[in-house]
Structure formats: C-alpha cells, structure tokens
Design a binder for this molecule. Structure first.
Ligand code: MTE
Ligand code: MO
Length: 319
C-alpha cells in the first residue's frame, strides 16, 4: 500500500487549500451580500480545483450497480495510465505533481458548436451523477468504481453534431514535461480513443470528473475521463483535451499498437479470447490473493442495455 509522505504535499497545494478554507470561513462569518463575487471562480466552479474536494449536488443514478465498490485505496493505487509509467503503482506515485488546471477541451469536426472550452464552462450546463460501474480491464482484472460524472449524451446534444458525425474521437493531453511516461515511445502519443455516435450517446456512457464524491484524482484521469462500462478498461481514455466528430472510424491507441490483439470495439466478451490469454474469467481487485476468479459477463453484465447496438455485427471479427 502506498502512503503519501508529507514531502509529497507541495507548498502550492497547502496554500490553495488554506485560501479555500479562509474564503469559506469569511463567507460563513460575514454573510455579506456579494461575497460570492469577491470569492471568485473557485467557489462557483462545479468541480473545484482543490484535490479531494467534495463535489456538491451529486445525484444518485438508476444505472448504478449494487455491488460493493472497491476501496478508495484500490481505485487510486492500482491503475493503468501509461503517461505516468507502465507499472500499476506508477500513476499513484508519478501523477502527484500533475496539474490538471487550468484545463481546456477542444471540440472539432462535424458539429455546430466547436472551439476550445474552459473545463468549468464545458461541465457547467450538466448535472453531476454518481455512477457505480464495474470496470473490466483487458488484463482480466476488475473493480467496482463509484464515479461521479455527466452523461456524454447530454454533452453531445449540447454540441449539436451534424449528420456527418458517425464517430467521436478523443485525445489525452500530450505534455512530456508533466507526463514522464511520454518521454519514451511506449505508445504512439497522445493516447487516442473513439466510439461510434450510438455508443457515445448511449445513456450508460459518461465523462467522469469525480470518484467517491470527490474531485477525480490525477491517477484516475483528472480532470475528465471517459467511462464506457461495457467495454474493456482501455477505452476509458483519461485526461481528455480533445473531442472530434468524424465521419470514419478513428485510429485508437491500442489498435494501432497491436491490431491483432485490440480492436476498435473492445466490448467485454468472455467468448472471444485475447490471442495470448482467456477472457472467460476475471480477478476482482481487493478480493484477496486466494479468492477464485469470477466469470466475466457478456458486455460486462450490461448486455440488456447495450446488445442492440451490435445487432448484425460479427463480434469475433469486430472485437
Ligand atoms: N490516457 C490514458 N488513458 C487510459 C490508459 C492510459 O494508459 N492512458 N489506460 C487505460 C486502461 S488499460 C484502463 S484499464 C483504465 C484504467 O482506469 P483506472 O486506472 O482509473 O482504473 O484507463 C484507461 N485509460
Ligand atoms: Mo486496461
């Protein structure tokens, strides 16, 4: 288990937290009209920039699983985020100095509303929901994660794609000064992912901005990442800076790296094995070393809701 040493807490972080608390105290004590204006954008932001700050106005969702979530510790110390190293503990160590603010998201391609949005403006029109979802990694481990996010369908409706938009492509930040993993050509940076429009606008698909009711930790993809619960974890692209509405199937990182092993669709499918290992079972992280593996469910258990998206598609060919 990883313990965060006091040395890892940078002075800038302490200062911003103190300022935040002071401002709050000032407002509570003074009850001044217009105090919100004095306090500035930090208090009005839907997703505060202070680490581990509590998110307010989060609504529960009927789409959540009732399985017990993994611990905060599991979810934040067992990660895949190659921009910070390829080991499972690397992101929890090397993403600490990453600054997910200021942040902007550029929207391009076949949509009425394109351009560069500040993160806060991008999020503001939408309500935050808690979505407790199973995450199934292609490496045959799984977790249950209480995300906080916004439905991607709402965002897409707001951006008004044209009829030419058949797919949505996403890109992660490319910044080797902050992302040490990008100093080596482990993957063809920036990390890229894509969905069909039907997948992107499915009610289960969200952009996550939080975890356990708090601001999303860096190692889980701060400030904003994709979550598509019926697909292998690698589709859940982290730290998104670009969204592009396109006409043809966009290139995706793992498909480019190993086309025979990772397809565009990447639907969780216990009947289609990875060329080098079985996908029939999975190990639930945190269940203990001696716990047996559990069966992997078609579409990660979300088949009732998503199977229709693939009617007539051969899922062996379109893996
Ligand atoms: N930018 C980026 N996004 C990424 C990855 C990555 O290496 N870089 N890894 C993917 C993989 S393989 C998985 S399983 C999930 C893990 O998400 P988590 O660490 O929040 O559980 O993130 C996905 N998103
Ligand atoms: Mo993964």
């Amino acid at each position: 288990m990883l313990i965060r040493r006091p040395a890892d807490v940078r002075p800038s972080e302490i200062t911003s937290r103190d300022n935040y608390l002071n401002r709050r105290r000032f407002m509570q004590a003074g009850g001044l009209a217009g105090a919100a204006a004095l306090a500035g954008p930090a208090l009005s932001a839907v997703v505060p920039d202070e680490r581990r700050a509590k998110l307010s106005g989060v609504k529960p969702s009927k789409f959540s699983t009732d399985e017990t979530p993994n611990s905060y510790d599991d979810i934040t110390t067992y990660n895949n985020f190659y921009e910070f190293g390829t080991g499972k503990a690397d992101p929890s160590m090397y993403a600490q100095d990453f600054e997910p603010r200021p942040w902007s998201i550029t929207v391009e391609g076949h949509a009425q509303k394109t351009g560069t949005f500040h993160f806060d403006d991008f999020i503001k029109p939408f309500g935050l929901e808690e979505r407790i979802y199973r995450l199934r990694c292609v490496e045959a481990w799984s977790m249950v994660i209480p995300w906080v996010g916004i439905p991607l369908a709402d965002v897409i409706k707001f951006l008004q794609p044209t009829s030419n938009a058949k797919f949505v492509a996403f890109e992660t930040l490319y910044d080797p000064t902050q992302m040490p993993g990008q100093r080596r050509h482990v993957l063809d940076w920036p990390y890229r992912e894509g969905l069909t429009i039907a997948e992107a606008t499915h009610p289960l698909t969200i952009l996550a901005v939080g975890l356990y009711g708090e601001v999303l930790p860096n190692q889980d993809g701060a400030p904003i990442r994709l979550v598509v619960p019926w697909k292998y974890g690698f589709k859940g692209i982290k730290s998104i800076v670009r969204m592009r509405f396109v006409e043809s199937m966009p290139p995706t990182t793992w498909n480019m790296a190993a086309p025979h092993e990772y397809g565009f669709y990447a639907n969780v499918n216990p009947h289609v094995d990875h060329p080098r290992w079985s996908q029939a079972r999975e190990r639930r992280i945190g269940s203990g070393l001696f716990a047996s593996m559990q069966p992997t469910l078609m579409f990660n258990g979300y088949g009732d809701q998503v199977a229709h998206l693939y009617d007539g598609l051969d899922l062996r060919k379109n893996f």
